[in-house]
Every structure is written in structure tokens, then in C-alpha cells.
Design a protein around this ligand. Structure first.
Ligand code: NGO
Length: 462
């Protein structure tokens, strides 16, 4: 237990506006708050109301008085995020500090990515992860479904993708087999949607496709089979831009994924095509980037796609810190939106420090303060606040072998990135964040969540 008493501002991400009424408290049962659904009702300890358009599609207003609690929002998403705030405030003992919170997100896209290709996580494990993410108002889950080491989503008419690409011995070191059937995928998508989390599926191409080439040798340049790979090298595989079979395959896959996905985005990867010539890369993407729109989706790609003339609505996801972002800025000048995921701030697979037993370090070490203390609107010249769709934290799974590994790299850095994405820049402050974060350690312990006891934080003893 922390010595200090609870404060209305002890919330992550920090709300846009907090007006405490220190003399007032109201007590609820924490389990009753957790059980609340984002539907109007006025018969319980918390009155839920819809209708307050000025709060925006995800905003909410929470008022705690000695007589009770009122939560108001323009839409159910706002009620849901308000309930997450209330749940944090009610934690431990159910005593709610009095006052008013008026809150709305800085960015519409607040993402977390999970790489299922290098190590597979089951539908149940993904759902449990969604629950943990949603508590920090993350509203997009990007699933990296395919890569050199595995193919993790069933595609009708192409059974070998998952029979071979999701079979035994797939994943890094062959230690992460498995795949989602379309029915399982649909259940994950629906579960996430009930928590106002939109699933963003990624089929990585034209590189990162060894698993597909193993399954269907007719896709290789000479039609000859290639060997499965379970190492963590990148940049050696490519779909063949000059082959018609390529586009029949790509369109079948993108159509199947679009049909299975109610959300607006379809991520086509596009990263690290080191064995694709610049000319082939351009030819390939010029044909493929319009396909998501043909099936009703907005294309998203890693920032390499900005080298190509992008179709309207395409979103560029910036990731590689060594890239100065000149092409990203040009895409912005042409009207495109950007998701910020610079690896040296947001990659959850980077080690925290030299002692971190798992994770990578190609983008440097990412302790909690590095994940927190930056402004996404200030990262790239020519990519201002107005060009940002949002901020996302990818977790690549080369070194993951279990849910404990996944959680260890996620907590407590994900809350830092979530605050970057939700809270207005002027309302963020490292000193305040590190104090608020300390209270979450015991709650993760109580919930059985594995987390890294970052030395930058004064965690309560225990
Ligand atoms: C890069 C690469 C991935 C790796 C990851 C590891 C992108 C967009 N492509 O990020 O294949 O897994 O780094 O950090």
C-alpha cells in the first residue's frame, strides 16, 4: 500500500482535465465497477448517461460527489473509457476521490501490435491481452499475422499457408507453432470490438514472405521449393513483382482478410524488402496498394511504402529511427496520415536495460522514461500533430516464448506509450507519470500479470 491517499488524478493515461474536490469521497465495490457495461442505467452506484456531444466520440465526463457517481459520454466508447478511469480509481479499496474529470483522447489511433508470426499466441491469450490493453485506453490491436517464420491466419482456398506455415516447427527456433482459424479470428475481433478495440490485420508483403513461399513454391521466382526458416534474419524473401501468380495470391488473401475484418484498416506491411529491387517494389505496391480500398479498407503500411505514390487514404506507419522521414513528410504533404511507432521509443521488444533477459537492442535500450518522454508531433520534420492519426507500440516476438514474456516486455512500458497517445502533450510530465505508475505494480501482481520492476520507479515494497 502506498502511504499517500488516493487522488483523483491517479489515472493512466492522465485525463485531459481533473478538478478534484478533496473533502469528498464516495465508496463503491471495485468488482461492481469492473462488471459495469457501457450502457445507460441509473439504478446502480454509478449513473451512466449518453448524450454530451462536446466530449467527442471517445470523450467522457466523470463526476464523483458524496451522493454518487455520474458518467456521461456522447457514445458508448466514451462510457467504456470512462469506466476504465473509474476502475483505476476504485482499485484496492473502492474509495473514489471526489471531483470532476473531463477527458478525451489526443489521437484517434492508440495502438498496440502483437507479432503472431515469430511466436504464436492463441485466441484466448490474445483476448486476455486485449483486456489488459483496454485498461489503458488502447483502441487498436494490430496483429502481425505473417512473416518468414510463420503464417497465422487461415485463408480459404490456400490451406497450405496454415497447414505448413502454422504447423509444428514454425516460429523463431521452431518454438511458436499455431494459427487462427477464421472462426477464431472472428471471435477475437468481436471480443476486441466489445472493448472498443479495433483489430488491424497485417499481411506483410512483398518481403517477409518465406512461410508463404514454402507453402506454395509456385510463388517463387523459379518455381522451385525453398526451405523453411526459423532464424531471425530479415530481408531475404520476396514475392515476385513480375509474376501474375503473385497478384492472384495477394488479391485472394487480401480479400479474405478484408471480408473477415469489420474494422477500417488493412495493413500490407511493405517493410525491409532488401531483396526486392526498388523498381520491383514500386511495381508491386502500385498494383497492391489499391486492393484494400477495392475491398472496403484503408491501406496501412510501414513507412517504406512512402517511396511509392500512395492511393488516397493510405496510412504510413513510421518505425525505423535511422530513417529521417523525408518520404514520410512528402506523403504528409500529399495529404496522408501517419502512425508514429519509432522503434527507439515505442518498440516493446527492445530490452529495458542490459539486464533484460529477452528482447532485442538494435534500436537501443528503451527504459520506461524513453518510452514516455517524447512528443510524437515533434519527431519528424514535416510531420506535425495534424498529420498524426496516432501512436502505436509494436511487440515483435522473436525472443518471446510465453505469455509471461509478452507481459514482461509490455508492462510497464505500454502504459507510457498509451499516455503519449491519449494525453495532450501539455498535460504530460515524467515526474507525475512515474508516481502514478507506481500504484499499478501491486495491481498487476494481484491480477497475476508479469511485469518488469523498472528501477526508475519507486514501486511499493512487496
Ligand atoms: C523491424 C522489422 C521486424 C522485426 C523488428 C524487430 C519492422 C517494421 N520490421 O520492424 O521484422 O521483427 O524490427 O524489432
Amino acid at each position: 500500500m502506498r502511504p499517500q491517499t488516493k487522488r483523483l488524478a491517479d489515472v493512466i493515461p492522465a485525463p485531459a482535465l481533473v478538478v478534484p474536490e478533496p473533502a469528498v469521497t464516495f465508496t463503491v465495490a471495485p468488482e461492481a465497477v469492473t462488471a459495469l457495461a457501457p450502457e445507460p442505467r441509473d439504478d446502480g452506484p454509478v449513473r451512466l448517461e449518453l448524450g454530451a456531444d462536446e466530449l467527442g466520440p471517445e470523450g467522457y465526463r466523470l463526476e464523483i460527489t458524496a451522493a454518487g457517481v455520474t458518467l456521461r459520454a456522447a457514445a458508448p466508447a466514451g462510457l467504456f473509457w470512462g469506466l476504465q478511469t473509474l476502475r483505476q480509481l476504485a482499485a484496492d479499496d473502492g474509495v473514489l476521490p471526489g471531483g470532476v474529470i473531463e477527458d478525451r483522447p489526443r489521437f484517434a489511433y492508440r495502438g498496440a501490435m502483437l507479432d503472431l508470426a515469430r511466436h504464436f499466441f492463441t485466441a484466448d491469450e490474445i483476448r486476455a491481452h486485449v483486456d489488459l490493453l483496454a485498461q489503458f485506453k488502447i483502441n487498436h490491436l494490430h496483429l502481425h499475422l505473417t512473416d518468414d517464420q510463420g503464417w497465422r491466419l487461415e485463408i480459404p482456398g490456400w490451406p497450405r499457408l496454415t497447414e505448413v506455415g502454422g504447423g509444428p516447427g514454425t516460429g523463431c527456433d521452431g518454438a511458436g507453432p499455431g494459427y487462427l482459424t477464421l472462426a477464431e479470428y472472428a471471435e477475437v475481433v468481436a471480443y476486441a470490438a466489445e472493448r472498443f478495440v479495433t483489430v488491424v490485420p497485417e499481411i506483410d508483403m512483398p518481403g517477409h514472405v518465406n512461410a508463404a513461399l514454402v507453402a506454395y513454391p509456385e510463388l517463387t521466382a523459379d518455381g522451385q521449393p525453398v526451405a523453411p526458416r526459423t532464424d531471425a534474419e530479415v530481408g531475404y524473401s520476396s514475392l515476385v513483382a513480375g509474376k501474375e501468380e503473385t497478384y492472384a495470391f495477394v488479391e485472394a488473401v487480401l480479400k479474405a482478410v478484408a471480408d473477415a475484418t469489420p474494422g477500417p484498416f488493412l495493413h500490407i506491411g511493405g517493410d525491409e524488402c532488401l531483396s526486392t529491387s526498388a523498381e520491383d517494389y514500386r511495381a508491386f505496391l502500385t498494383r497492391v496498394l489499391p486492393l484494400p480500398a477495392k475491398y472496403g479498407k484503408r491501406p496501412v503500411g510501414w513507412h517504406e511504402i512512402a517511396a511509392v505514390d500512395l492511393p488516397e487514404g493510405a496510412v504510413v506507419q513510421y518505425w525505423r529511427p535511422q530513417d529521417e522521414g523525408t518520404e514520410v513528410a512528402a506523403a504528409v504533404a500529399a495529404g496522408h496520415q501517419v502512425i508514429m511507432s519509432p522503434a527507439d521509443r515505442t518498440y516493446l521488444d527492445m530490452k529495458y536495460d542490459e539486464t533484460t533477459p529477452i528482447g532485442l537492442d538494435w534500436a537501443g535500450l528503451v527504459p520506461v522514461r524513453r518510452a514516455y518522454d517524447w512528443d510524437p508531433a515533434d519527431r519528424l520534420p514535416g510531420v506535425p500533430e495534424t498529420a498524426l492519426l496516432g501512436v502505436a507500440a509494436p511487440l515483435w516476438s522473436e525472443t518471446l516464448r510465453s505469455v509471461a514474456d509478452l507481459q514482461y516486455l509490455t508492462f510497464p512500458r505500454l502504459p507510457a506509450v498509451a499516455e503519449v497517445a491519449w494525453t495532450p502533450q501539455a498535460g504530460r510530465d515524467w515526474a507525475s507519470f512515474r508516481e502514478r505508475l507506481a500504484g499499478f505494480g501491486p495491481r498487476w501482481d494481484a491480477a497475476g500479470v508479469t511485469w518488469f520492476r523498472a528501477p526508475e520507479i519507486d514501486w511499493p515494497a512487496g
